[in-house]
Design a protein around this ligand. Sequence first.
Ligand code: FEO
Ligand code: CA
Ligand code: CA
Ligand code: CA
Length: 598
Amino acid sequence: GGNGGHGSSGLKFTPVPPNKLDELTVPAGYDHSVVVRWGDPVLPGAPAFNFNNQTAAAQATQFGYNCDFVTLFPMGKDRALLWVNHEYTDENLMFRGYTDGTAATEEQIKIGLAAHGGSVVEIARVGKSGKWALVTSGRRKYNRRITAQTPMRFSGPAAGSDLLKTAADPHGKVVKGMLNNCAGGTTPWGTILTAEENWNQYFVGGNGVPEAQKANLTRYGVSTTAAIPSGSRRFDRIEERFDLAKHPHEINRFGWIVEIDPFDPDGTPIKRTALGRMAHEAATTTIAKDGKLVAYMGDDSRFEYFFKFVSKNRYIPGFDRHNRDLLDEGTLYVAKLTGDSPAAEIDGTGKLPADGAFDGSGVWIPLVSGNKSFVPGMTAQEVLVFTRTAADKVGATKMDRPEDMERNPVNGAIYLALTNNTNRTAAQLDEANPRPSNKHGHILEIVEYRNDAGATKFAWSLPLICGDPNDPSTYFAGFDKTKVSPISCPDNVAFDADGNLWISTDGNALGTNDGLFVMPTQGKERGFVRQFLTVPFAAETCGPFITADQRSVFVAVQHPGETTGATPDAPTSRWPDGDQPRPSVAVAWHKQGKKIGS
Ligand code: FEO
Ligand code: CA
Ligand code: CA
Ligand code: CA
């Protein structure tokens, strides 16, 4: 509901100015606090965090490192389960004297394994405000740590495939852990979908794989020449499976969407192979007009693709046993976008084409449906395990790093963050990716045919081309550029109930800190971007998550102080404690209890 459809965004706050402060800033009238930090006890009985005396056993019971995807599962009005991804680790900030994985102690490597994954933590509202805090006593029976070593299983058409079989798992059905879980989504039946993104960085020995496998490794960004790629955490020193020369298929067991039930602390996470394998950024679900479940997914690397999955069977509200198999059977599609303006008008200057918009039409090209492949020369299982290669073969559109996406609850359109692509040359422009050396990224808006998420064709346009508004290559949906906040590198997106798009950024190429922004998508304020929050120095902003009552917005503050050469003895951030930087989840609220953005 809300009033977004009638042209008023309801946004009244005074934007925060860009800055390089080592603090989290919010607009006047708002407050914020830290909910949970790296190292905070998660499981009952976990020890207090001690930076100078870390152990893997403690880390496995404490909140993990670099927090990314944030979502909330209410347990009544004032209690909730908070899920947070722990994407990766910054060992050089975690340990004094750390140089690299080869010189690291075995305990440090084990801490790294335990600091990956995700956390389920119980949180409670503080008073009657929009403030929430970690519950630190009591049974907390749902609290859980998932790590790079948690037992998981495969489901869907590639489960049991020869491509997933290893010495430790001759049936190709089970796997230990998940890696580099970036953003994610939720299902209508109340589970988490968490996305394995840059898992290619955890393996060594790519030079020693069978020759026939090398092209597949290369396509996913794994070195086939280096024995030990630079920067390797050397997980192989603890678990031999991370050595490709010895276990060439282990890597095929990462790069999936993983489903986790936050209310089943003993449940086995499930890697859903029907959703394909890529540098999965996220999976956002919605329901098609005929009741089928749809999941939109981006492959976040330069020149990669935008996908969606449509289930074979219909979602039946309340029929959990049925719904829980929906992600195992269906059709995986990849997007092909065509511009409607002459190619000569996409000249890279930032000038709009003569028809006044970067826009056009698109089709969803089917790649695989159950055990049927639509890609010449590839089996269904090959399409699911080597999804990038399959998308190459059907001529899908190479995008500027597809990150998170969300469906607008007011108008049904889909919004995808394309974070940047500095490698795109003037010769590689298309109307959907119209800027060469795209440092600041843009937002793609998709309207599915008849507004049906199950459709196989769509219309698209670019409402936002990011950057400094004084830069002529930027576009703010035609809104007065003297009034907007500069914005760079959109990453995660969320909607409020009024249909305003909230955008968090990662990698701000304008030289100031990352943050959280909001842009109305309809009415006279469409394109009126305003900055709501900034994060501490060298952090990226993840989440965001706006509660159903619109009174709280959660953000993950990932990697504060992550700068070249920073160490515990020379940190570039001391957030949030004035000591060593700690990736944390924070919450912001209006002091008078008004809705976020008021
Ligand atoms: Fe982990 Fe695509 O950001
Ligand atoms: Ca056009
Ligand atoms: Ca991201
Ligand atoms: Ca990112």
